[in-house]
Design a protein around this ligand. Structure first.
Ligand code: HMG
Ligand code: MG
Length: 303
């Protein structure tokens, strides 16, 4: 068995995690959270999204968050953009990286961004090209990569086709989103391999929600296939407002613990990461959805 020697973690907690939260968090609290993640060694951090405030009210302050992080040239801070208006706002706030988000399911696409898959790709093409002219790096998501909350099973060939399109319009990387966390390891691995044949293995990222408890196993299976970019969310924050019942992303603490055990480099320091998870969990007034965070907390409490 060979695993990649190094994996890049894309921390999506400040976006995928907080987009689902009703509790109001101040700009300063979000910036402090992101600074803590950076102190733990995370470089790639999704800081928010420029979408309708009706879709994700908590993301309405993304512009201000980004402004405050302008000086952090050492970080790869990215933001989600849904439409040209979001793109303009991202430019204005100084975004250097962005993500567009398509889906492999027509019904989900309609619910999430109110257009068909083809319409979304046509819109994203113009946006990604404009971003490229300004030297801004872009990734693309394919939601419902292993199942859809409305349509059920999703054909891997459809996911591969959307991934190919995202690459063709200029996305440097495509993240395969198991939006509702239904996938299991063998199908996750086969999908990653199929998409890798379309766009190149180094451009494939995986994004697992942990609704059915499969996320770590899925990541391991994809690492075996050679995937080197993994999305995760500290404290297991997250969910998608348009994916009923979907739980948070796989917890970054759990991913780092597993990768440390496997001898895979990430540059992330678990102790500092646990502190970031504890900070945001305290602000949200709940315990972390990370088995590793809970285990370390129990160990600290025991005599
Ligand atoms: P629409 O209704 O077709 O667009 O929505 P619209 O242009 O008619 O605008 C609707 C309203 O939004 C208007 O406000 C606009 O002003 C406003 P109203 O007149 O009703 O008061 N609006 C905006 N406001 C701020 N910034 C903007 C913006 N655009 C419009 N950029 C739209 C289309 C795309 C806007 C909407 O459907 C939307 O915002 N969708 C985003 C949904 C979302 O954020 N989903 C979660 C992120 S995706 C995800 O989590 C999955 C992922 O993690 C991967 C995975 O897990 O699979 C990435
Ligand atoms: Mg997600």
């Amino acid at each position: 068995m060979t695993l990649p020697p190094r994996v890049r973690i894309v921390e999506v907690g400040p976006r995928d995690g907080l987009q689902n939260e009703a509790a109001f968090l101040s700009v300063d609290a979000k910036v402090a959270f992101i600074e803590m993640l950076a102190r733990a060694g995370l470089i790639s951090i999704e800081a928010g999204s420029f979408v309708s405030p009706k879709a994700a009210p908590q993301m309405a302050s993304t512009g201000e968050v980004l402004e405050k992080l302008r000086g952090r040239a050492d970080l790869r801070v990215s933001v989600l953009v849904a439409n040209p208006r979001g793109l303009e706002a991202a430019f204005k706030a100084g975004a250097r990286e962005l993500a567009v988000f398509a889906a492999a399911s027509e019904t989900f696409s309609r619910h999430n961004i109110n257009c068909s898959i083809a319409e979304s790709l046509a819109r994203f093409k113009v946006m990604v090209e404009e971003a490229a002219r300004r030297g801004i790096w872009a990734r693309g998501y394919v939601s419902c990569a292993l199942g859809c909350p409305y349509e059920g099973a999703v054909a891997p060939a459809q996911v591969a086709a959307v991934a190919r399109e995202l690459r063709a319009i200029g996305c440097a990387e495509v993240s395969l989103g198991d939006t509702i966390g239904v996938g299991t390891p063998l199908e996750a691995r086969r999908l990653a391999e199929m998409v890798a044949r379309e766009i190149g293995l180094e451009r494939v990222a995986v994004h697992f929600h942990d609704t059915y408890g499969q996320a770590l196993a899925n990541i391991f299976a994809c690492l075996e296939a050679g995937v080197t970019v993994v999305d995760s969310s500290v404290a297991g924050l997250g969910g998608c407002p348009y994916a009923p019942g979907a739980s948070g992303n796989v917890a970054t603490e759990d991913v780092i613990y597993m990768l440390n055990g496997l001898g895979v480099e990430t540059g992330v320091e678990l102790g500092a990461l646990l502190q970031a998870g504890a900070y945001i969990s305290r602000l949200l007034n709940r315990g972390p959805a990370s088995a590793v965070a809970r285990a370390f907390a129990a160990k600290r409490r025991s005599p």
